[in-house]
Design a protein around this ligand. Structure first.
Ligand SMILES: *Cc1c(COP(=O)(O)O)cnc(C)c1O
Length: 445
């Protein structure tokens, strides 16, 4: 590209002179930018990433990083994927955005048509939003208004005590006690919590759920299926989830599956709830939906949920929407991501990663520095022993994080839990590098 470009728009021709290339990214970042989940005063300087390819990211000096956490669990096909970039550009040249109330467009329609048959049976309608938090929040609003519209007094929401469902007020409320939320505690609505069914707590969890359900006022149970991500990659098996969902069905409460992290192949199947016999009523999707390229989210629901809103009464409509609802660029990229996800090569890669993670876990299981190892599908979590209570602010976390970064690996521990959650295109040599560094950390850090 030349340094001077002609931009022709609406008949107007402008000459734009590009700024000479500059670096000193870090100083400029620090001058103006406030990063997420970061204590800006004590945090290490951020690393300026200028390009990416496959599972690799490149900083301004050319140093390579393997993205073993899939850029906050979003990336499934690797960075700057040429097929996705092409589909994005194609859509951008055709239609970049249109208001989604009163209007529709082919990419949204095609995405809904192609996605619904891949979900657990019974999902019938798709509602668009922008991120995982809004997808869950819409699911909760659907559940509450589902009963309200029918004049049924069910208002209670149930969630796991270590759940994470997002950072908006609505989703912080259903989140567990993750210590991020203390400042906002007085502003959150009341939610009933049940024990997370980690090994040993299954019976307590089921009993607590049933006790709440028996009161007859529960609207919905919202849960992360099989893996609780931000809570520390806590895992529980499909048969427990089946029993939890069956109890909800028996007592007339809706099941909201937050598949924001688990969706699109993470657990070895396309969706975590596909490991179960029971089906959720509402499903929240984001992160892998666009392969990690653009922010977009979906909340899907059964026909029964939809029908409670379908009425001659305008007040029974779902009053929710965002400026960028149904954004065509997001839809085009999600369609491209689906093409790649369903390709045989990706499905083989997912099974390869599942096997590699299992093999590595077998190798290090029982190591004296490890409290626990666990795996669900492509996710491997290793809980390091620590004298302090396990938790997000554990300082072992910072040492591990820096140790891996120095070796060109992005592994961002949740407290003392190191997890490997890679893009599906990660190669075997790249996985070897990740495992080698973890073994080095186990030799002593
Ligand atoms: C990340 C995440 C969310 C929130 O998604 P955002 O896009 O960060 O708002 C919600 N639920 C789960 C299970 C997640 O992992």
């Amino acid at each position: 590209m030349s340094s001077e470009q002609n931009i022709q728009q609406c008949g107007l021709t402008q000459t734009v002179t590009k700024m000479p290339p500059q670096t000193n990214w870090i100083t400029r970042d620090r001058a103006h930018i406030w990063h997420p989940y970061t204590q800006m005063k004590t945090a290490d300087a951020p690393i300026a990433i200028v390009a990416g390819k496959g599972a690799e990211l490149y900083d301004e000096t050319g140093k390579v990083y393997i993205d073993a956490v899939a850029s906050w669990w979003t990336n499934i096909h690797g960075h700057a994927h040429p097929y996705m970039a092409e589909k994005l550009a194609e859509q951008a040249r055709k239609l970049e955005h249109v208001i989604f109330a009163g209007f529709t467009h082919p990419s949204a329609i095609e995405l809904a048509e192609r996605l619904l048959p891949l979900l657990p049976a019974g999902q019938s309608k798709v509602f668009f939003s922008d991120n995982g938090s809004t997808a869950v929040e819409v699911g909760i609003k659907m559940a509450i208004q589902y009963f309200y519209n029918q004049g049924i007094a069910r208002k209670k929401i149930i969630a796991f005590d270590l759940a994470y469902h997002g950072d908006t007020f609505g989703t912080m409320s259903v989140g567990g006690d993750l210590s991020f939320y203390h400042a906002f505690q007085d502003f959150l609505y009341q939610v009933e919590r049940i024990p997370t069914p980690i090994p040993g707590q299954e019976a307590a969890c089921l009993q607590a759920l049933e006790a709440h359900l028996q009161k007859g006022d529960v609207a919905a149970f919202v849960f992360e299926p099989l893996v609780l991500g931000a809570g520390g990659m806590l895992m529980y098996p499909p048969d427990v989830l089946d029993q939890l969902m069956a109890l909800c069905k028996k007592h007339g409460a809706l099941c909201i599956a937050d598949e924001v992290m688990t969706g699109f192949g993470r657990t070895g199947k396309l969706f975590a709830t596909l490991h179960c016999q029971e089906k959720p009523d509402i499903i929240a999707l984001s992160k892998g939906l666009t392969g990690g390229m653009l922010p977009m989210a979906l909340t899907t629901c059964t026909e029964a949920v939809y029908q409670a809103f379908y009425s001659d009464d305008k007040m029974k409509a779902l009053f929710h929407g965002h400026s960028f609802t149904g954004n065509p660029l997001g839809c085009a990229v999600a369609l491209a991501s689906l093409d790649l996800l369903l390709a045989e090569e990706t499905q083989r890669n997912i099974q390869r990663i599942v096997q590699r993670q299992a093999d590595f876990m077998a190798k290090i299981k029982g190591h004296p520095l490890l409290e626990d190892c666990r795996q669900t599908g492509t996710i491997l979590a290793l809980e390091f022993k620590t004298d302090k209570q396990s938790g997000y602010f554990n300082n072992l976390r910072d040492r591990l994080y820096r140790f891996f970064l120095q070796r060109g690996l992005i592994l961002r521990p949740l407290g003392n839990v190191v997890y490997v959650l890679p893009p599906y295109c990660i190669t075997d040599p790249q996985l070897d590098q990740v495992y080698g560094a973890i073994e080095a950390a186990l030799m002593g850090i």
